[in-house]
Design a protein around this ligand. Structure first.
Ligand code: EPU
Length: 417
């Protein structure tokens, strides 16, 4: 099994280029199922989750051509198998995103029910409830969601809670429904807007993406399009937090500051000096960071996907931070690993109290999920001595060449088997 070895103590300096967003690319690839025409997605990140999604789409019957420049050309003219097997869904929960488009386009879908995962239970009841409101007949049989419908009908759907992939699934399904669908309490994440923009360029009629009410007027058919995946705001935030934690001066290119307002605000509270332009962000950290308290919540509030990275920063910050996780019930698995590096953290329910200490000690640690892996890398970069991060397959699901990008900026980090 591969591991990352990190020798802490270097400052990050120079330029890092940001990849396309994983959480935008995955729903965008599924949108290919909504048309028989050729559909091209550019700036697709080279990630395990993207490879898994492409393999799933191929099993469904989509013909796919990819190139090294990050373009995927997909043609779903012949959908032969509207199924996502347990093997696929257990590898990548985002496989649930084929449910809405398959049902809308073919009238059927047979999707394995995702189980719980390391960070929480993560049910998909809101996806199912929304599709039922649009007229789908759905049953759960032998661990599979069996969904059938004639043409879906527009409906007013008030979601019980804010769900990102739930909003994306229902928005995709509604594009081909008859009549108007109104999604209330919709997710406002930038990835939802990116998907809506792609659907609109396929001929969909969507208004309100980016607000909590999205209105979709169904059309008879969608056509092909060419769309570029937005930059990854969580990758961007991860490198910025790393630079703020270990001191440094970095410029991130192909980055979008407007998707990171709250994260940039928190980094400024730590003492980092930040400048932004249309497609770049520069961060200079002149001092030991100040501790910052935060509470995760749906966009535009502080993202749960940045909580673990900020915990690594708070571990060595000046002061005490109170960090509350409100999205996932079990997203503090990295705390035990940070403690192995000597971090001083107490967890009470969904709140972690982090007392910053001047320096962590390197140790062997184990990654438990994608963002926990990023947290442990940041901790390794600021720890004295050697840190070895095990189970980095989580990392390869969502960060493109992270160790190469960090090494280019001066970090002492490499991969071993
Ligand atoms: N939820 C329900 N019922 C549903 C759907 C969600 O109870 O039908 C709950 C979840 O259990 C969770 C909360 O609602 O407690 C929010 O979950 P959401 O559905 O928004 O999460 P998701 O769509 O499964 C996406 C990202 C996650 C990110 C979350 C929250 C993708 C592919 N995944 O997941 O990304 O943490 O939104 O922002 O977009 C990651 O990249 O590391 C990652 C986990």
């Amino acid at each position: 099994m591969q591991k990352l070895v990190i020798h802490g103590g270097s400052k990050l300096q120079g330029e890092i280029s940001i990849s396309g967003a994983k959480n935008a690319a995955l729903p965008l690839l599924c949108a290919s199922l909504l048309t028989a025409d050729t559909f091209a997605i550019h700036n697709t990140p080279r990630l395990k989750d993207v490879t898994t999604m492409l393999a799933l789409l191929e099993q469904i019957g989509v013909r796919i051509l990819t190139n090294d420049a990050g373009t995927a050309e997909l043609s779903a003219a012949g959908i032969t198998n509207p199924t996502a097997s347990y093997d696929m869904v257990k590898t990548m929960r985002a496989a649930i995103l084929v449910l809405g488009p398959l049902l809308a386009r073919t009238g059927q879908a047979h999707i394995s029910l995702p189980g719980g995962c390391a960070i929480g239970m993560r049910p998909v009841d809101q996806h199912i409830k929304g599709l039922q409101a649009m007229g789908a007949e759905i049953s759960i049989e032998q661990g599979y969601i069996r969904a059938q419908a004639g043409r879906l009908s527009g409906a007013r759907i008030v979601m019980d809670l804010v769900t990102v992939t739930g909003t994306e699934n229902l928005m995709m399904a509604a594009t081909l429904a008859s009549g108007t669908t109104v999604l209330e309490n919709a997710a406002r994440e930038p990835e939802v807007i990116d998907l809506a923009n792609c659907l609109i360029s396929m001929g969909a009629k969507i208004e309100g993406a980016g607000s909590d009410v999205i209105t979709i007027e169904g059309v008879d058919r969608l056509h092909g399009c060419s769309h570029t995946v937005m930059p990854d705001r969580i990758e961007t935030g991860t490198f910025l937090t790393a630079a703020a934690a270990c001191g440094g001066d970095i410029t991130l290119t192909r980055a979008r500051a407007d998707t990171l307002d709250v994260v940039l605000g928190k980094l400024a509270e730590t003492g980092a000096e930040i400048d932004t332009g249309a497609d770049w962000i520069h961060l200079h950290m002149p001092q030991r960071p100040q501790a910052v308290s935060l509470r995760t919540a749906p966009y535009p509030a502080f993202p749960t996907d940045m909580q673990a990275q900020f915990m690594a920063l708070n571990s060595i910050a000046d002061g005490t931070a109170v960090m509350t996780e409100t999205i996932f019930e079990n997203r503090f698995m990295h705390v035990q690993e940070l403690k192995r590096l000597n971090a001083d953290i107490q967890v009470e329910g969904n709140t972690a109290i982090v007392h910053g200490i001047p320096l962590l000690d390197g140790a062997s640690v184990m990654a438990t999920d994608l963002r926990a892996s990023a947290c442990l890398i940041i901790a390794g970069l600021v720890a004295q001595g050697e840190t070895v991060v095990d189970r980095i397959y989580h990392l390869d699901r969502g960060y493109e060449q992270i160790e190469q990008k960090l090494a280019k900026a001066g970090a002492k980090i490499w991969r071993t088997s």
